[in-house]
Design a protein around this ligand. Structure first.
Ligand code: NG1
Ligand code: ZN
Length: 545
């Protein structure tokens, strides 16, 4: 039973450090030593959220993903394994910013009344953390809150972010017609392993795949997953695990991992890959993956989230056609404005599938993907998944194939619904998906790359006095600025001068900066456009400061 006194006493152990916090795209994320009070308060909110949702289980993940080892973060997972509902993000911010223990308690009780949650009703919370050194301390902050709030909880120790999302969904669907899987870490490996085996029937991968695990939680978890997968010789895959040192927490995400590879446009310096070797990198909590290789002229070649999305969309479309279901299933791709224009053209013109563009942040993509029967969504940085609607699952379930070829295609499609994490983008699951597709299409990474040619592009980070001065026009998926006045007009005039030019600027949701993206028909033009738009942003930011 929760009591005001218990909350006050527990809160006194975790005072607010006088910092202003905001629950953003990635939850709360910053230097770990500032996070004790934040994690404590997130614990209170998790209990409240569970109570509001009739005692359904809420997840709390402690991780800072691709950020440096000194950082940490915390985010909430809703009952079906999706991100916290947007309307609750301000509640998290409000609790995190209460200055004193008494103000926190008052805010908590006010919030409970506001959302109509009975603070004495049962509450269930499960949580996990990545491999960061600050994790155990933050877990104590969390459990202090859960005890004080009278919530029942289970500590799943160290997991990847997508594994926790999987568990939340399993727990909440147990015993229903939507039962997602066995609610245990082993259940996760078994589900992926079996689906992979089925999807690989009569296929084999060529060579091996080297997986850089960013020295994060993905390393030990991938090693575990491998035990459930057939090897290459058995019609499976040979996986070489590298950068999987989690004993020394200081090397997490350091010179390796998906974020390094994507932003530096190069393989980790430690890479021993030979030309044409298939490689991929996970990020620190294993919810992102990007592929790459070194080509025969020793040039680094990246296959990012856009490439995974186009590969998956093309494969699923072919399977749906093969099964005789192309007209039954509404398949679509969801991207953000950062997706390379060539990938968008490939999907609409070659695959003849619809593309929807949303604001940055996977929750927006996930939401838009839910409007399709099969929604493929990826951010260029490698975070994404493919979700199947209930209608799609029912269609696949009851369909009677009319030929052996239809039977085979249907079998693979059904296996994909289990292989692909339906709750959230999952690097381990996405990596197996890519391996399955490359094996089915019998293509190399080079052939995958040559499906279409990317437009040269450049992403620039511009530091400004106040990024909040940069607001976007509603309904444009952050592709047009509403303020500062005139800035969009200046960008438009400039873009018109470049062949295949496209550029936009928006305030980052995770850093104190404005990001400028530009693409054009040549490298020189893309670079020039990006630097000129950055110049406009800088001068407009200065004149409004
Ligand atoms: P911001 O800082 O809002 O651009 C970045 C990434 C997003 C997303 C979030 C959360 C880019 C251009 N932006 O958002 O894709 O992943 O971080 O981590 O990569
Ligand atoms: Zn991540």
């Amino acid at each position: 039973m929760a009591s005001n006194k218990m909350i006050l006493e527990a809160s006194a152990k975790h005072p607010q450090p006088g910092t202003a916090f905001q629950y953003g795209t990635a939850g709360f994320r910053m230097k770990a030593d500032l996070l004790d009070s934040v994690v404590f308060r997130v614990g209170l909110l998790a209990a409240l959220r569970s109570r509001k949702l009739n005692g359904q289980t809420i997840g709390v993940m402690i991780t800072a993903s691709h950020n440096p080892p000194v950082d940490n973060g915390v985010k909430l997972v809703d009952p079906m394994g999706e991100m916290l509902e947007g309307s609750w993000e301000p509640h998290a911010t409000l609790l995190a910013n209460a200055k004193t223990d008494q103000e926190l308690l008052d805010t908590y009780n006010w919030l409970a009344r506001e959302v109509k949650a009975n603070t004495d009703a049962p509450a269930h919370v499960i949580f996990a953390r990545d491999t960061r050194a600050s994790g155990p301390r933050l877990v104590e902050c969390l459990t202090d809150a859960l005890k004080a709030a009278g919530a029942e909880y289970t500590d799943y120790k160290i997991l990847t972010t997508p594994q926790l999302h999987y568990l939340v969904r399993c727990v909440n669907t147990k015993g229903t017609q939507y039962e997602y899987g066995e609610a245990s870490e082993e259940g996760y490996y078994k589900k992926l392993g079996e689906a992979f085996k089925t999807a690989m029937t009569h296929r084999k991968t060529s060579g091996s795949v080297t997986v850089d695990c960013a020295n994060g939680v993905g390393g030990p978890k991938l090693r575990e997953l491998i035990k459930y997968l057939p090897r290459g010789a058995e019609g499976g895959v040979d996986i070489k695990v590298v950068n999987d040192d989690v004993v020394n927490p200081d090397i997490l995400n350091s010179n390796c991992g998906a974020d390094y590879v994507k932003t530096q446009q190069r393989a980790p310096p430690s890479s021993k890959a030979n030309p044409m070797d298939r490689c991929c990198s996970l990020d620190g909590d294993a919810d992102r993956v990007v592929y790459y290789f070194i080509d025969e002229s020793n040039t680094f070649r990246l296959l990012d989230g856009d490439r995974i999305a186009t590969l998956a969309a093309s494969f699923i479309r072919d399977l749906a056609r093969g099964a005789g279901l192309l007209d039954e299933l509404n398949i679509g791709v969801v991207q953000t404005a950062y997706a390379n224009g060539a990938s968008t053209n490939f999907v609409t013109q070659n695959l003849k599938l619809p593309v929807v563009c949303t604001s940055t942040g996977v929750k927006h993509l996930h939401h838009a993907a839910m409007r399709f029967d099969v929604g493929v969504y990826f951010e260029a940085n490698g975070h994404g998944t493919v979700i199947f609607s209930d209608r799609a699952l029912r269609t696949l379930d009851k369909y009677e194939p009319k030929s052996p070829a239809q039977h085979d295609a249907l079998k693979i499609l059904r296996a994909l619904t289990d292989l692909i994490n339906q709750a959230v983008g999952d690097a381990l699951s996405d990596m197996l998906l890519v391996e399955v597709i490359l094996a089915h299409k019998s293509i190399t990474v080079n052939e995958w790359l040559n499906t279409y040619i990317d437009l040269p592009n450049r992403l620039v980070r511009v530091e400004v006095p106040d990024r909040n001065n940069f607001t976007t026009v509603e309904g444009t998926a952050e592709r047009r600025l509403a303020s500062p006045a005139k800035v969009q007009q200046l960008i438009d005039e400039l873009v018109g001068k470049y062949k295949q030019g496209r550029a936009f600027a928006r305030a980052s949701g995770t850093e104190d900066a404005v990001r400028v993206y530009a693409e054009a028909s040549t490298r020189a033009e893309a670079d020039d456009l990006a630097s000129k738009v950055a110049g406009i942003v800088r001068s407009q930011a200065a004149s409004t400061a």
